[in-house]
Design a protein around this ligand. Structure first.
Ligand SMILES: [Zn+2]
Ligand SMILES: [Zn+2]
Ligand SMILES: [Zn+2]
Length: 487
């Protein structure tokens, strides 16, 4: 049965090292690795597994369907998922590595306070990521974790606050918070507050107090309120910082007049805005706050419309992005799905990553429904297929017993994917995701003649008809909902 001494049964090449004997012939190491790292849906059982075996018709199937013990199984836990070393999976490697790092010398066991971290990391969606973090050479965060396990550093926020913040320490801090070892804090707000302190420290006393009050009580309080409702986007945090910066610029200008900002007159303010017309919009919240808090009731400023974004993407370009996301298999699946949600349905990325798997449901007729807000939208083909595949791959269906419920799980256990992850992947294809876009492209699908739509995004004419029908059917309720600013 084995084709002795000839090439690999998969690729036909002469293997560089001893091939593995598989039931359908010798298979080279490279091919085995490829199959292991790229599990696919087995046509016999429907599960996503490495298809290194053949059925009686010669079609690729999984080991179980072929009736063989799997060569891809981890020697320790038997899982075929998360290939890593020669014989053990990434999860089993991670478990051992973590046990070593977290060992409390007093007991020889994982330090009790850190047990939730151990469990969360071992259960993480992609143990490879945690392993990469643990094995990163200089690893301040990893070194610190070891110190905490050995009792050399306190397991507390103050330990982090006393150290310079860096990426791997921030990761560790987020991780400890996400698994409940440390109480919740809001890292973006904590960083913004540290920044505010620096800004204030560089100003004279009379301005120090004003900028601290404005930053902490007006701007960052709004951030805290937003954060309690869901993940904060970087854009929101940056906008708050920009308003503090605008306040500081006005203070520094007042300083040149030999005045405090609380002593400025309306005439001074108008002179400032004549000198710096571009700052009007950014400084408005500060001026309004000065007046509202009676810190300087002499000032008033009429708000103006925010400047329109300079670059507007014409719809044709957005449709081209849709076409790319529908067809280009080289874009990561999560980014295709998230990008389509963003462009077609006008969902902000920070809302997309906060979605849970329960927002995707199959209707009795097999239609795929996705719930944004209160309305469930039927996904048109082939988006329905992409969403289903993504939802299945997310938990690696048969692979991953742990499921934390996020539709877009992140590298940090228990947390959703970072929006930057998606944004970067899309930006590589020249696709920008403009947050807060109110017009959902999908709403237009019904207004474009079907043949044109088919041509525009490269779908079959029949599919285009379906798009148009769905767009006109579900859309009224959805638009009404989005028009309500409370949502
Ligand atoms: Zn081969
Ligand atoms: Zn199978
Ligand atoms: Zn294993």
């Amino acid at each position: 049965m084995t084709s002795a001494a000839s090439g690999c049964a998969e690729c036909g090449r002469e293997p560089a090292r001893a091939p593995r004997q598989m039931p359908h012939g010798n298979v080279c190491f490279k091919c085995l690795r490829r199959v292991h790292y790229h599990p696919a849906k087995c046509h016999a059982c429907g599960q996503t597994r490495p298809l290194g075996y053949r059925d009686s018709a010669g079609e690729p199937v999984c080991a179980r369907c072929a009736g063989h013990p799997s060569v891809f199984a981890c020697a320790e836990c038997g899982s075929e998922a998360h290939p890593y070393g020669a014989s053990r999976c990434a999860r089993c490697f991670l478990k051992q590595r973590l046990a070593d790092t977290l060992r409390d010398p007093a007991t020889g066991q994982v330090r009790a306070e850190l047990a939730p971290l151990f469990d969360a990391m071992v259960a993480s969606h992609r143990p490879q990521n945690a392993l990469t973090w643990l094995t990163r050479p200089p690893g301040h965060g990893v070194a610190l974790l070891g110190e905490m396990a050995r009792g050399e550093a306190a397991i507390s926020h103050s330990t982090f606050e006393a150290l310079p913040s860096d990426k791997t320490r921030n990761y560790l801090r987020d991780l400890l918070v996400s698994c409940g070892v440390l109480p919740v804090y809001q890292p973006q707000i904590a960083r913004a507050e540290a920044w505010l302190e620096q800004i204030a420290a560089a100003r004279p006393d009379h301005h120090k107090a004003v900028v601290t009050r404005f930053g902490r009580w007006a701007e960052f309080r709004r951030l805290r309120a937003n954060a309690s409702r869901g993940p904060l986007s970087n854009a929101t945090v940056n906008a708050a910082r920009a308003r503090v910066n605008a306040a500081v610029k006005l203070m520094d200008w007042a300083e040149q007049l030999g005045k405090a900002v609380t002593q400025l007159t309306q005439t001074d303010l108008e002179r400032y805005l004549n000198e710096h017309p571009g700052r009007r919009w950014a400084v408005y919240p500060f001026v309004a706050w000065l007046a509202d808090t009676r810190a300087n009731p002499r000032l008033s400023l009429r708000p103006r419309e925010p400047p329109q974004p300079q670059v507007t993407i014409p719809d044709e370009e957005r449709w081209r992005a849709v076409e790319t996301l529908l067809r280009d298999d080289t874009v990561k699946l999560y980014a295709r799905v998230a990008g389509l949600f963003a462009i077609l349905f006008a969902q902000p990325l920070c809302g997309i990553v906060a979605m849970t798997a329960s927002q995707v449901a199959a209707a009795p007729g097999g239609e795929v429904l996705v719930r944004f807000g209160a309305t469930a939208i039927e996904m048109p083909p082939p988006i329905d297929r992409l969403v289903t595949e993504h939802a299945a791959a997310r938990g690696h269906a048969s692979y991953n017993a742990q499921d934390n419920g996020w539709l877009f799980p992140g590298g940090v256990p228990g947390r959703p994917m970072a929006t930057e992850n998606i944004r970067r992947e899309l930006a590589e294809r020249g696709i920008g995701c403009h947050e807060h876009r109110k017009t959902a492209l999908f709403a237009l699908a019904g207004a474009i003649p079907s043949p044109v739509l088919a041509d525009l995004i490269g779908i079959a004419p029949k599919t285009a008809v379906k798009w148009a029908a769905l767009a006109s059917r579900d859309w009224a309720a959805y638009i009404a909902e989005r028009a309500d600013p409370a949502l």
